[in-house]
Ligand binder design. Sequence first.
Ligand code: NAP
Length: 251
Amino acid sequence: MILDMFSLKGKVAIVTGSNTGLGQGISKAFVEAGAKVLGVSRSPSDDTLKMLGEENFSYITADLSSLDPIDTIINTAVEKYGRLDILVNNAGIIKREDSIDFSVENWDVVMNTNCRTLFFLSQAAAKQFMKQKSGGKIIAIASMLSYQGGIRVPSYTASKSAVKGITMTMANEWAKYGINVNAIAPGYMATNNTQALRSDADRSAAILERIPAGRWGTPDDLMGAAVFLASSASDYVNGFTLAVDGGWLAR
Ligand code: NAP
């Protein structure tokens, strides 16, 4: 039956940035679809744990601006749940500063977190999928700034444009192992990431006016796309970045 293709029953997922926002919503979606989820967060994911229950969700804390935690993350999922089927690279940061003054520090921390760790964590997950001979699903969280330039966020735009590109590279190389690599490009979502924009009355009004759906997105809006790309319903979808944006890019 078609809805069975969307089931994640028996699947094990890693979701980074699971303590809040979109990562919390994706963790909830996966548990509702039947998966066990290991969250990875810088701040403890206690709210998510409370929401989803310890039989379905556990977490470790890690700083993903460095590559150091990668082996621990993969090993913890495999030791705790016996296997790995899905990785969602959701953790990400944004630094806002005029390009003319943009600091090396704000460049490096964003590129390292949003792009460098995302690639090497994906590589480690793919090695685990290959060892299991099971195939697997890797989902990156991209952005509207995978397509557009943005304002005052050069390292974020660089990182998210790179995410869209390397999603295709990884998909091309690993499809033959049954590994699907895709991305979701959220539009403007009401989370901590956009707090500064939403607090700026002029920017907020300009953004809202441009969204055909007429509202900011929410973590719940991403749940369907995340489950689709994590499930066998997307087995022939490779290297695509799916916008969930209330029509922003269509405008
Ligand atoms: P958020 O509420 O700020 O969440 C960001 C998540 O990333 C948090 O869990 C955060 O942990 C984690 N994180 C950041 N740096 C980390 C690090 N060094 N190590 C470990 N975890 C780290 O924003 P969000 O909107 O849910 O963002 C999730 C993803 O969606 C990001 O990749 C973001 O770029 C992307 N995105 C968001 C929007 C939007 O409109 N909100 C649009 C497009 C794309 P802490 O809370 O502990 O910092």
